[in-house]
Design a protein around this ligand. Structure first.
Ligand code: FES
Length: 282
């Protein structure tokens, strides 16, 4: 049992119960959680939480579900097994508890996105936080224009949310494209093979009414941004969500700085024009 606070302190975790856990890939799982005090998480797509287990510390994890699906205070986290804390999370079962602080960080600017066409581009694990925004768009169809979803994974086995992506593909609400870097290991994959940048040139983009959102591994940002600029998208219409080493999550420790900005508080969501000239941002 984790000892937690009952108040809203930024620094003290509250207890959450694991409702269910599902395999996404051999190295990633989806955790369905609920606060044990009955309160909602109250997040906005793009925000993250600090997950803690006693003796193992904390890790920042993006929320993977939309607040529009937060009935009974439920929320979901997609977690890659990458260290001792996430390794311990991967061994947890329904009914176990863990600590959560947050939600923290600057979310997507949903009012700015209103009535716009959206081009949602994610690579690898970036589909987990993007899923929070995609589900939100799915549940508020009148709020947005055309929505395109591009997703790139290393291999067919590394694709996250395969069934949900198939449902998005089948939906008239979304135009979806997926690619894998290579198709080794799964014979039945018949989709596109190539880098995610290969999905952008064929798109018809109305540049003055489109906002592009990029979430993925650092290596993909510059190449994707270059392709988007060829489509006429200016830096104020490109949004990125950045990953940094985080400790406090609330702008106090300095671990997540990008020059004068704190990724945990000023981000993790930034407009490109806010960070493109900062050293080490991309
Ligand atoms: S994580 Fe501590 S300042 Fe951002």
């Amino acid at each position: 049992m984790i000892e937690v606070s009952g108040d809203n302190s930024l620094y003290l975790p509250y207890e959450c119960e694991l409702i269910a856990v599902h395999d996404l890939t051999p190295g990633e799982k989806l955790f369905r959680l609920r606060r044990t005090d009955g309160e909602p998480l109250d997040h906005i797509p793009g925000q993250f939480v600090q997950v803690s287990l006693l003796g193992l510390g904390e890790a920042p994890i993006s929320v993977a579900s939309s607040p529009t699906r937060a009935g009974d205070g439920i929320f979901e986290l997609g977690v890659r097994r990458a260290g001792s804390l996430t390794g311990a999370m991967h061994r947890m079962k329904a009914g176990d508890t863990l600590g959560i602080r947050g939600p923290f960080g600057r979310p997507f600017d949903l009012p700015q996105m209103r009535s716009r066409d959206l081009l949602l581009i994610s690579g690898g694990c970036g589909l987990a936080p993007m899923r929070s925004l995609i589900q939100y768009c799915e549940d508020r169809p009148a709020d947005f224009g055309r929505i395109s979803i591009l997703y790139g994974a290393k291999s067919p086995a590394d694709r996250l949310f395969k069934e949900e992506f198939a449902a998005w593909e089948a939906s008239a609400r979304f135009a979806c494209s997926m690619t894998v870097d290579n198709s080794t290991g799964e014979e039945c994959f018949s989709g596109n093979i190539g880098l995610i940048t290969s999905l952008i040139p064929p798109l018809a983009v109305v540049s003055d009414n489109t906002i592009a959102v990029i979430i993925g591994p650092p290596v993909m940002y510059l190449a994707v941004i270059a392709e988007l600029k060829k489509k006429g998208l200016t830096s104020d219409r490109i949004v990125v969500s950045l990953e940094r080493q985080m400790r406090c999550g609330v702008g106090k420790c300095g671990h997540c700085t990008i020059e004068h900005l704190y990724c945990c508080q000023d981000g993790p969501v930034f407009r490109l024009d806010e960070i493109e000239n900062l050293r080490g941002a991309l």
